[in-house]
Ligand binder design. Structure first.
Ligand SMILES: NC(=O)c1ccc[n+]([C@@H]2O[C@H](COP(=O)([O-])OP(=O)(O)OC[C@H]3O[C@@H](n4cnc5c(N)ncnc54)[C@H](O)[C@@H]3O)[C@@H](O)[C@H]2O)c1
Length: 286
């Protein structure tokens, strides 16, 4: 092993990244490999996941995994063990966003959001537990959202399922600490990915070119979130567990001072005639 490789923070680690076919998951898989780990990219979109794995060479493989299926989880973990060894890192990133008013959201909308966003993480943690224990520890990162910490109009199924992620991470962190398994959740505001740029979602949270930006002056790139995840996955974060890591360019801090409400002085000057009065707060969250 060269000196250059031996200094990489994720050298010799084995990772499993769900939803790795695009967006934050793809950026995370690339980052993790660049830091020295080998990664299994898991997704339901085989074409996307295979393409990412192929582009990363022998340090990456692809496995089909629907995070709602416990059978798929068992197979993906077995595949990872066969390809690279017991996983040290699990990134529960796969997620779906359903938009629509609370009163119109069907039980099935809520079920779908919870099955993928919340139960997907529960299944994942349970599936990697034995191999991580056998390794003497590991790091699990659940990709939640700022939307799981604040309510967002029109995103009730998504917000509630992302809030569940927070408590899944906390409870798992408490119970798995005895095995040296750390569990953290990551809470991005809006990130420039296919999810946030889809027409359905843009109609609720605003487009990427929205003028209402956090104090850092831009929305997050997938790579910004990937860098945080890679840090939490590494031994540099050895004493960090059970924490909600917000990554939002200070957008949440700015809300209290910059957001205006309908009917307040200055409101009409700041908002276009067809703009939903609630959108100014929503644009930062996803
Ligand atoms: N984009 C944002 O603004 C934003 C903000 C905060 C949090 N997040 C969260 O980050 C995560 C990634 O979001 P993204 O923006 O990269 O989304 P994306 O839609 O661009 O990518 C999500 C990936 O997950 C995969 N996926 C969906 N359902 C799956 C399932 N059941 N099993 C396995 N894979 C599945 C998709 O095929 C896709 O490749 C999600 O959990 C999302 O809620 C996104």
């Amino acid at each position: 092993m060269s000196d250059e490789t031996s200094s990489l923070p994720l050298r010799d680690k084995v990772a499993l990244v769900t939803g790795g076919g695009r967006g934050i998951g793809e950026a995370t898989a690339r980052r993790i490999v660049a830091r020295g780990a080998r990664v299994v990219i898991a997704d339901i979109r085989d074409d996307l996941g295979c393409a990412v794995a192929d582009s990363l060479g022998p340090a990456a493989r692809y496995a089909h995994l629907d995070v709602t299926s416990q059978d798929d989880w068992r197979q993906a973990v077995e595949f990872t063990r066969g390809a690279f060894g017991n996983p040290d890192i699990l990134v529960c990133n796969a997620g779906i966003m359903l938009s629509g008013p609370f009163e119109k959201a069907s039980p099935d909308d809520f079920r779908r959001a919870f099955e993928t966003n919340a139960m997907g993480a529960v299944h994942g943690i349970q599936a990697v537990l034995d191999p991580m224990r056998a390794n003497g520890g590991g790091s699990i990162v659940i990709v939640s959202s700022v939307a799981g910490q604040v309510g967002v109009e029109g995103l009730s199924a998504y917000c509630t399922s992302k809030a569940a992620n927070t408590m899944i991470a906390r409870c798992a962190a408490i119970e798995l600490a005895q095995y040296n398994i750390r569990v953290n959740s990551v809470h991005p505001s809006k990130v420039d990915t296919p999810m946030s740029n889809s027409n359905a979602v843009a109609s609720v949270v605003g487009s990427s070119s929205s003028p209402d930006l956090p104090p850092l002056g831009r929305i997050a790139e997938a790579e910004d979130v990937a860098a945080l995840i890679a840090f939490l996955a590494s031994d540099d974060a050895a004493f960090i567990t059970g924490v909600q890591h917000v990554i939002d360019g200070a957008g949440r801090l700015a809300t209290s001072t910059r957001t205006t409400r309908p009917g307040k002085a200055g409101d009409s000057a700041e908002r276009g005639p067809n703009e939903d009065p609630g959108l100014r707060t929503k644009e930062r969250w996803a």
